[in-house]
Design a protein around this ligand. Structure first.
Ligand code: SF4
Length: 136
């Protein structure tokens, strides 16, 4: 092997090494693993479905009908709710009455709770308002 041939060989070997390393690094950055890339399996395994009981409980809590406790609220009570933008279904999944520091879980029977900001009426565990604050 001549000196020029050896240089050419080392250059090509270096390029191949960099290509292989970049491919593995890119695959890992995308959440895969080199084992998955070399697998003979033609399709990836599907993600496991959430447990039905847990998701049903979350849905039930989020949509609890608390209006039954709010049918006779005074105008002043309603205006307080409106001023903080209370809604029975939170638009933000991680910010709900149930995990708010002002939530009172034992104020009503069943799934509905109270709110320290509201003198009267119930709030849904999956509700939300602009005064939401994380539990201390
Ligand atoms: S402050 Fe708002 S988010 Fe918190 S419990 Fe009361 S109504 Fe729900």
């Amino acid at each position: 092997m001549t000196k020029t041939d050896r240089r050419t060989f080392l250059t090509k070997a270096g390029i191949l090494s960099l290509t292989a390393f970049s491919g593995v690094a890119l695959l890992q950055a995308c959440g895969g693993s080199p084992e998955e890339a070399s697998s003979d399996s033609p399709s990836p395994k599907p993600a496991p479905a959430p447990a039905p009981a847990a998701s049903e409980a979350a849905t039930e809590a989020a949509t609890a009908d608390c209006d039954q406790y709010n049918s006779n609220l005074a105008e002043s009570d309603l205006s307080v709710r409106e001023s903080v933008g209370y809604v029975a279904e939170s638009p933000e999944a991680d910010k709900i009455c149930k995990n708010c520091r002002f939530y009172q879980p034992d104020k009503f029977e069943g799934a509905c709770g109270g709110c320290q900001l509201f003198v009267n009426g119930a709030v849904a565990p999956g509700g939300y308002c602009k005064s939401w604050a994380a539990e201390a």
